[in-house]
Design a protein around this ligand. Structure first.
Ligand code: 2NL
Length: 357
């Protein structure tokens, strides 16, 4: 057998090996075995030198043809295997976009914050500005400037959280310690309104949301810490009719068209005349049930015309200006809107309850 026959046999064998290679790695191994530095075809070519000058051209030509044939077949098989590998990868990594998505539990704002935002939106819509102030207040802004006489029960240490007890600290002052001092946790957001009236002349249209503190034991209708929103309007020729119209609009916006509002005379030290506003019961719609204690009505806020005594403290002329003010507890509004029987449920963090809102 001559070299040409050997080359033919090598070509047949190599072509078979190339088409049998099932991966790019296997294909490369075949390339190395035949075309590499130590490959079979290279070995044949190395033997070329031993041939006679007559034989050399034919064998050289034949071996080049074999190399060409093998390289062409190699490239063809490489292309085949790469596209098969790509297809396999695409198939393996395919995502079925028609599968239903995994539902992740999504958080939301707490009901108290939602209701506060709704109330704020109503008054922003009427042109009010938001005002804020300190939660640790002076007795002057929380009580004195709001026309609370020195003996008013709300000032007692049993009703208000005092921060510093000056009377107890002043040894030899002669005064009996009362637990009261000049610094306290505000019991309403009215002091914010006093501060605004001190530095800003009318017209004043403000809404004061914030946390307030009262020394109450938590029960279904009381919390020692709650969110209050107060409103204050001071302008020329403001009347009780403006107050009524404003709060009627507010009740409609927050409770919807099928709840009614009514005004009842009341007393507050800082307003005269004063009133409390009730909303019709969301459970019995006025007929009387356990939720409304048989009255058909639920109290939602207090209000009134600003007492001229308050204007005297802040230097507003009561002959030129009149105004109204109102105050409400946000937790209470939330409870009455959604028929929640106990304010404490809002703060207990039970997701089975809170999730509903
Ligand atoms: C309630 C009652 C009320 C006010 C708050 C007020 C503020 C100033 C002057 C006069 Cl600066 N009044 N605020 C008036 C009436 C009632 O709140 O039951 N709150 C939870």
């Amino acid at each position: 057998m001559g070299i040409i026959d050997d080359l033919d046999a090598l070509q047949v064998e190599a072509l078979a090996a190339l088409s049998a290679a099932e991966s790019l790695d296997a294909l490369d191994a075949v390339r190395v075995a035949y075309l590499g530095k130590k490959g079979s075809l290279t070995a044949v070519l190395r033997g070329l030198g031993a041939l006679s000058p007559e034989e050399r051209p034919a064998v050289g030509k034949a071996s080049n043809e074999v190399r060409q044939a093998l390289e062409t077949a190699l490239e063809a098989r490489r292309a085949e295997l790469s596209s098969a590998a790509l297809e396999a990868r695409v198939a393996a990594e395919a995502v079925d976009v028609t599968l239903p998505a995994r539902v992740r539990p999504l958080g939301h704002r707490h009901l108290i914050q939602q209701i506060a935002a709704q109330i704020i939106d109503v008054f922003i819509g009427l042109g009010y500005r938001i005002a804020e102030g300190p939660e640790v207040e002076l007795d002057y802004y929380n009580f004195t400037a709001l026309n609370h006489p020195p003996e008013h029960p709300a000032r007692a240490a049993t009703d208000t959280f005092y921060v510093r007890d000056l009377s107890a600290g002043e040894a030899g002052s002669g005064a009996a310690p009362t637990g009261e001092s000049d610094v306290l946790l505000r019991t309403h957001t009215s002091p914010v309104q006093v501060r605004v009236m001190e530095r800003q002349k009318p017209p004043i249209y403000i809404l004061c949301p914030g946390t307030v503190y009262r020394r109450d034991i938590a029960d279904p209708s009381h919390l020692p810490q709650f969110t209050q929103i107060e409103g204050l309007v001071v302008d020329e020729s403001i009347t009780f009719a403006d107050l009524k119209g404003t709060l009627d609009h507010f009740v409609r916006e927050i409770f919807g068209p099928d709840r009614r509002a009514r005004f009842r005379p009341h007393f507050f030290p800082f307003t005269e005349p004063s009133a409390e506003v009730d909303v019709s019961c969301g459970i019995c719609h006025g007929a009387g049930c356990r939720f409304c204690k048989g009255t058909g009505w639920l109290e939602i806020l207090g209000c009134g015309m600003v007492d001229p005594d308050v204007y005297a403290y802040v230097g507003i002329d009561p002959e030129r200006y009149t105004g109204f003010a109102f105050g409400m507890g946000v937790e209470r509004i939330a409870a009455l809107k959604y028929n929640i029987p106990d304010l404490r449920m809002l703060l207990e963090g039970d997701m089975r309850f809170l999730r509903q809102f």
